[in-house]
Ligand binder design. Sequence first.
Ligand code: GAR
Length: 200
Amino acid sequence: MTQRIPRLGVLGSGKGSNFRALAEAYRSGTLGCEPVIVLSDVESAGILNLAESFGVHAHFVAPGPFRTKMTPQSEAGLVQLLQEAQVDFIALAGFMRVIKEPLLQAFPGRILNIHPSLLPAFRGLEAWRQALESGVPETGCTVHLVDAGVDTGKILGQSRVPLLPGDTAESLHARIQVAEHELYPKMVREFAEHLRLSAE
Ligand code: GAR
């Protein structure tokens, strides 16, 4: 990579509020990279419409028959779109399938994820509900590199969120998301900066 601004691909399965935070940071000139493509494994995911409203290319990629992962062929399709878009690195933003070899090999050490807990606590699904049910006094969110495990890669940054009396799963997740929208653009900017420095 030369000194051009790094190109970011975003993968998501849901409403896309973390993508919105990244896209708004880009618009305000504070993301340090350009979101150039959004891909989803869910055809009706809000993140696809949101991407288009920000002028970012958006595509649905059919995941195949498994619930927790894509087929190797589907994942290879993701890789092809990301490579055609000349993406330098990837941010998972609510992407709910486990990443496998095709994508890991195509972007080694270049896939970030945001997870709604203070990892290594509460890996996996609905981490905010796991935190609420376990009775911990605080939880939060983590940005980490993606490896072949589930929510196991190197931690890049975390934000803490206290549990409050009367919290429900929904109120707690909403508060974690506020923290996510602040943390993720910051971590993406740091990673983009690291890519630019290592390309010099
Ligand atoms: C976020 O809270 C994110 O941390 C979580 O999904 C939500 C997506 O929201 N991700 C995971 O649980 C991944 N294991 P969004 O679509 O509004 O960004």
